[in-house]
Unconditional design. Structure first.
Length: 429
């Protein structure tokens, strides 16, 4: 950026001196021998042309120094448009603003300053080189630019959050990158970027992103917002759980719950983690707490029901799973687990009906429910002494999964009960 107060008379004097020196050399009438190549030698190529932007900047400086302010303004605006470096482009816009003010166009000066400082509020600026009016204009533009950057970053982050919820992860990442360019250390922006990585199954990137959010607390006077920190810790715990590091997972979740004791998902995750650490009682207590906090979450209800079944609390398990099947009737695993709970309670007919529902919802066994349901049905039919029903369910199982040894065994037992020893032997062999 040229000095805005370079004395014009001095510049003209320097140009005049330069012109005189050149003329005196020409007036000598002499050509030095080394100026031309020897006879027969090729003429060397001319020097490479100057970089276009460098040449344009030199021309702008010259016009500015010569007092051609309108032409200089055009050139500095062109430099601002063309320069690839944001800081250099912003510097040229500040110079253009200064020229606009000198030309009496205060509105254009304010607009150019607004554009320059929105791009980079930390542009170098020496107030002592400018008039008081321009410095005041600069300070107003700087305050407005900072507010505009913050508002724009917030708007882009809000758009990204909506896009994440809708599963439009590419749009979310782009919006968050734009927001981060405006607010590089905003913890909510970094959190949502890590969340996009998590949804895209980029576990290492997600973990690094969440830990970057936590690291920001050391440099912030008020620390991180409690809810944001708790959510970040919860997601870190999920990633460590996937790695099988259950002790770190437990400690991280307990830290999250110390910040937000009403986070049902954190209690849910803690319950599953304690179960992995063979702390059945602690796991059940955490799942019960999660259920008390959120009675509409089907995943929490299912996990608590499974824990109840391990404790022999069949009535509680059946109640939870019945409610779950009403909330999510298309989930075959809920019907599968409901059948197990009903059988534990002694309601074998109810269990058979639930397992049949699980099979019908997953007939090709894509979710793994059909094969398990048929195996449980065949076992229950054999337990009832119904050979025909045992054979029917076992046959469907081996048709679906020929490698299922238990299915062949039940098929053989069913055939034996029906008085078909040859068929039984073929199945059992």
């Amino acid at each position: 950026m040229p000095s805005p107060r370079l004395p014009l008379a001095l510049v003209l004097a320097l140009v005049s001196l330069g012109g005189g020196a050149a003329l005196s050399a020409q007036d000598s009438g002499k050509i030095e021998a080394e100026d031309l190549p020897a006879a027969g030698e090729p003429i060397p190529p001319s020097a490479e042309p100057a970089d276009p932007l460098t040449a344009l900047e030199a021309q702008a400086r010259l016009e500015y120094s010569d007092g051609n302010l309108a032409r200089a303004l055009e050139l500095y605006l062109e430099l601002a448009r063309r320069h690839p470096e944001p800081s250099a482009s912003g510097g040229h816009r500040v110079t253009a603003a200064w020229l606009s003010l000198q030309l009496g166009d205060r509105q254009a000066a304010a607009s150019q300053l607004a554009d320059a400082l929105f791009g980079d509020p930390a542009l170098p600026f020496r107030a002592d080189l400018y008039s008081a009016e321009f410095v005041a204009l600069y300070q107003d533009a700087l305050a407005a630019a900072v507010e505009r950057r913050s508002r724009t970053a917030t708007e882009r982050t809000g758009f990204a959050v909506d896009a994440i919820r809708a599963g439009r992860l590419g749009e979310a990442r782009q919006a968050l990158d734009e927001a981060r360019a405006l607010a590089p250390d905003d913890p909510e922006i970094l959190y949502n970027l890590a969340l996009v990585d998590l949804r895209e199954r980029r576990a290492d990137d997600a973990l690094a992103g969440f830990e970057r959010v936590l690291a920001l607390e050391r440099g912030r006077a008020g620390g991180l917002p409690r809810t944001l920190k708790s959510q970040t810790l919860n997601n870190v715990a999920v990633l460590y759980f996937a790695r099988g590091d259950f002790e770190v997972t437990r400690d991280t979740l307990e830290a999250a719950l110390a910040l937000d004791p009403d986070d049902s998902r954190a209690w849910f995750n803690l319950g599953l983690t304690r179960q992995k650490l063979v702390d059945a009682a602690g796991g059940h207590a955490a799942l019960r707490k999660a259920r008390d906090l959120d009675r509409r979450d089907v995943d929490i209800a299912r996990a608590l029901a499974l824990s109840d079944m391990e404790r022999g609390e069949w009535v509680e398990a059946v109640a939870l799973l019945l409610e779950g099947t009403r909330q999510r009737p298309e989930d075959p695993d809920l019907w599968l687990q409901l059948g197990r709970a009903q059988r534990g309670l002694g309601n074998l007919d109810g269990a058979l009906a639930s397992w049949d529902a699980a099979f019908r919802l997953d007939p090709q066994n894509r979710l793994g429910a059909a094969a398990t349901a048929l195996l449980l049905r065949a076992g229950a039919q054999h337990e009832k002494g119904d050979g025909a029903a045992t054979v029917a369910d076992a046959q469907r199982l081996v048709d679906l999964r020929p490698q299922e040894a238990d299915g062949w065994m039940l098929l053989g037992l069913g055939r034996k009960r029906l008085g078909d020893p040859a068929g039984a032997r073929a199945a059992l062999e």
